[in-house]
Design a protein around this ligand. Structure first.
Ligand code: UN1
Length: 509
């Protein structure tokens, strides 16, 4: 495994970021105390001023005011903004993708994939704008009609994470806007530049189609910025992506003011590999899901539960593939694993591996640091640890490329192991046996929000609802009927008869 040896200078990356921001139409932020580092070198890419409390209040006010008229714009007309945004993203996929690489450290293919995911959700949202269907039910009373209508909800506060700095924002924003909501976005303080670029493109789209650009607001900064959105009664829905710890703080605070919450929190995703599985296919699925994005997706594969009869040959293949993975500068062609986001991520990876080894785990490969650009960057080889049991560290989510391997003898115990963690986001089974596949998808099978067959845990399409159960928070974003969380439902009974019959046959007076 030869690491990429090119070591770009931070100054080069900084001027590249400035050039990309300009090409995306964004004005360079005023320098301030918020330092933006590129994980490629660990050096400073830019700095900016976090939003003051007054500026956040002003953003919420503007979004609330814009909502007053935006909610009455017909949904297919609202979609014009999202359609234009999709076109601008298509035009700028290269530039925005590269900015994602500079700021989040994703390899080029994955960074562009993330922008493609944004374009996909824009298309979905445009179609959805003509399909915000309510139902009509038969009324029990003569001359009456019973129906549901869906109305815009209000201001949506979007709190997003560093690892999908732009796609998760777009899932929320494209849907919220066609639903008639307005948005205040607080991106991760690690990735404010990509946020600035997206905000600029969206406002440009609004202006170009004649919509009020105030429908989208951007606020920047650390946790206290998010807290202000969480506590403000005018924010009708808080859609938050991040750690379980963050969700524990956000959920009760929003609930205390009877706000609505959409939580997309940690995952501890597993794949079961059965004796009938196509091991070549399983290997490819496992390697992309476990090592891709340097293990920094909420859908990353963290646990491999392999049948005792196939664990040996399967691990041979996976280890061989791991040895071929190039770890290095994500701007280099051929590199498949970029850096961890920061030193904290590196430390938590090392701590988790030490704990796993203490628990009797055997480190089969990986975990060592690769020096690509010096002390401030954190490149690691993805690790595989064979575990004797699903100990506490395996039940936790470590946001780094560690794959724990567990062995099973019968499918029931594999499913019990699979479900024996607090999180419930994504899951997979690799099998050639339809009965096993169906068992995994059944009510007593995988308890996750996403359950796949012969495909890895990561890389979901936008068309399905995205989210998970248990400590993952229960929210659903992106496709299918996730839009319903962004709207309020009214049940309407219309009496077109001259009489006033009461429901349940009640006679009154
Ligand atoms: C995330 O990591 O927060 O399914 C989102 C996937 C991507 C989205 C991941 N489409 O891996």
């Amino acid at each position: 495994m030869t690491p990429a040896l090119t070591a770009p200078a931070t100054s080069e990356l900084r001027s590249r970021a400035e050039h990309l921001l300009a090409a995306l139409g964004a004005t360079r932020p005023e320098p301030g105390p918020l330092t933006v580092r590129t994980p490629i070198t660990g050096g400073e890419l830019a700095s900016l001023r976090p939003s003051s409390s007054a500026a956040i209040d002003d953003a919420i006010t503007k979004a609330s005011n814009a909502f007053q008229s935006w909610r009455t714009v017909p949904a297919p007309q609202r979609a014009a903004v999202v359609r234009r945004l999709g076109q601008l993203l298509t035009e700028h996929i290269g530039e925005l993708g590269e900015l994602v690489t500079l700021e989040a450290g994703k390899i080029g293919a994955e960074a562009r994939g993330e922008v493609q995911e944004m374009i996909d959700i824009c298309e979905f949202a445009v179609g959805l704008s003509r399909q915000l269907y309510g139902r009509t039910m038969p009324s029990e009373r003569p001359g009456h009609r019973l129906m549901e209508t869906w109305h815009p909800l209000g201001v949506v506060g979007v709190l997003s994470a560093f690892n999908f700095p732009v796609a998760v924002w777009s899932w929320n924003t494209a849907i919220a806007l066609v639903c008639g909501d307005t948005v205040v976005w607080k991106p991760s303080e690690t990735t404010p530049l990509t946020a600035l670029a997206c905000h600029t493109l969206l406002r440009r789209a609004a202006v170009e189609v004649g919509a009020d650009p105030d429908i989208h607001q951007l606020v920047q900064g650390a946790v206290e910025v998010g807290e202000q959105l969480v506590d403000d009664e005018r924010v009708a829905l808080v859609s938050a992506t991040g750690s379980v710890r963050m969700g524990r703080a956000v959920g009760p605070r929003v609930a205390a003011r009877f706000g609505r919450c959409l939580l997309e929190l940690g995952g501890n995703n597993a794949a079961v590999v059965t004796p009938s599985a196509d091991l070549e296919l399983a290997t490819r699925g496992v390697v992309f899901a476990a090592a891709g994005t340097a293990g920094q997706r909420c859908t990353s594969l963290r646990r491999l539960i392999a049948h005792a009869d196939v664990v040996g040959p399967l691990l041979n293949r996976i280890e061989k593939a791991y040895h071929q993975l190039r770890v290095g500068n994500p701007l280099d062609d051929g590199v498949l694993v970029g850096p961890l986001i920061n030193q904290r991520a590196y430390r938590s990876m090392q701590d988790a591996i030490a704990r796993a080894v203490d628990d009797g785990g055997e480190l089969l490969c990986g975990a060592e640091r690769v020096m690509v650009t010096g002390e401030n960057s954190h490149y690691v080889r993805p690790a595989i640890v064979r575990m004797p049991a699903q100990t506490a560290v395996v039940r936790e989510e470590t946001f780094a490329p560690i794959l724990y391997v567990l062995t099973y003898h019968d499918l029931d115990s594999a499913i019990a192991l699979h479900n024996g963690v607090p999180q419930g986001l994504s899951s997979a089974i690799f099998t050639g046996d339809q009965r096993e596949a169906e068992r995994f998808l059944a009510a007593d099978g995988s308890d996750c929000g996403i359950a796949n067959v012969n495909i890895g845990t990561s890389g979901a399409e936008i068309g399905g609802a995205f989210g998970g159960e248990k400590h993952t928070g229960g929210g659903r974003e992106s496709g299918s009927d996730s839009w319903k969380t962004y709207m309020r439902r009214a049940t309407n009974t219309v009496n077109y008869s001259p009489d006033l019959p009461l429901a349940q046959g009640i006679q009154f007076g």
